[in-house]
Design a protein around this ligand. Structure first.
Ligand code: C2E
Ligand code: MG
Ligand code: MG
Ligand code: MG
Length: 292
């Protein structure tokens, strides 16, 4: 009987693994089609100045609009796109689109809001990456300082020389670099001196704990002080309450991002909230709702 039960379990796991493999293969082929059919759109989430709450940047967040109208978030497909080698093509589309839409929305003045774009490890290792970025900026007349590239620290783990090289070249070109999700994954403080980051994004998990206890609060305060000490600005991610906002502001955090300040939204909605494209940072943001 024990043997029989063992076999049943074995068959059960095999069936489950088969199903997962099938789903992976289906997702992969649907993704390839999505690239061919341009089924991607960008949503944008405001990043505001701590004092005054004026928008200083928008973060571009990728969505996959499937033929039936369903919007799929990046958490469901970025990993697969990286594994099957589609991220280069998707990422190039994201950068080009984010630059074009931002130039259309806010104009080409150096002082208008920036656009922040997330970048995957695979993209940075591609020798044509830096060229593509500078070409897209030039094509749309956007000053390099209006583009911010967000890099997750895990990415830098492998210390690939081409990654270091790409980051230094982008930095000397005037593109701004930020370290995303700081404090999660493979944190290493040595990255902060090895790579030319302009900003540090404090991960949401620290922000949500910050107002819960003295130790968590000191941790956030210390991260902000350290970033400033190294000449970086700080952005808090996932700010959802006024209490979190006030706390972070009192500790000197420079910029805030999160549902409190605005959900990611389609370009049309963002454009409606910033009617005067010529006078961007004219009025404070109201809290709005939208999709996550
Ligand atoms: P991220 O770069 O850390 O982006 C912030 C994520 O937090 C976004 O999720 C955003 O919708 C969500 N968020 C913003 N404010 C709040 C808040 O107040 N509370 C909570 N609970 N969540 C909030 P999203 O859009 O699902 O993106 C997930 C991740 O996918 C991003 O994390 C980013 O690493 C990656 N990603 C997004 N777009 C791209 C892209 O174009 N290329 C690449 N390579 N990765 C991307
Ligand atoms: Mg990001
Ligand atoms: Mg990111
Ligand atoms: Mg993040």
């Amino acid at each position: 009987r024990a043997k029989e039960r063992g076999r049943n379990r074995y068959e059960f796991f095999t069936a489950e693994i088969n199903e997962r493999v099938q789903q992976r293969i289906m997702l992969e082929s649907r993704l390839r089609l999505a690239v061919l059919r341009s089924e991607f759109v960008l949503h944008y989430q405001p990043i505001v100045e701590a004092g005054g709450r004026r928008p200083v940047a928008l973060e571009a967040l990728l969505r996959w609009r499937q033929p039936d109208g369903t919007l799929v978030g990046p958490g469901h497909f970025i990993c697969v796109a990286e594994e099957v080698g589609l991220i280069g093509e998707i990422g190039a589309w994201v950068i080009e689109t984010a630059i074009r839409e931002t130039a259309d929305l806010f104009g080409k003045e150096a002082s208008a809001p920036r656009v922040a774009v997330n970048v995957s490890p695979r993209q940075l290792r591609d020798p044509s990456f830096v060229f593509r970025v500078t070409e897209a900026l030039a094509a749309h007349g956007l000053p390099p300082s209006r583009l911010e590239l967000e890099i997750t620290e895990g990415v830098l783990m492998d210390e690939a020389p081409e990654v270091t090289d790409a980051l230094h070249r982008l930095c000397s070109y005037g593109v701004r670099l930020s370290i995303d999700d700081f404090g999660t994954g493979y944190s290493s403080l040595s990255y902060l001196q090895r790579y030319p980051f302009d900003m540090l994004k404090i991960d949401r998990c620290f922000v949500s704990n910050a107002t819960d206890g003295a130790a968590a609060a000191r941790l956030v305060e210390t991260i902000i002080m350290m970033a400033h000490g190294l000449g970086m600005e700080t952005i808090a991610e996932g700010v959802e309450t006024e209490e979190q906002f006030d706390f972070l502001q009192s500790k000197g955090c420079d910029q805030m991002q999160g549902y409190l300040l605005g959900h990611p939204a389609p370009l049309a909605e963002i454009a409606a909230r910033f009617p005067a494209a010529d006078a961007p940072s004219a009025r404070p943001l109201e809290t709005v709702t939208g999709d996550g």
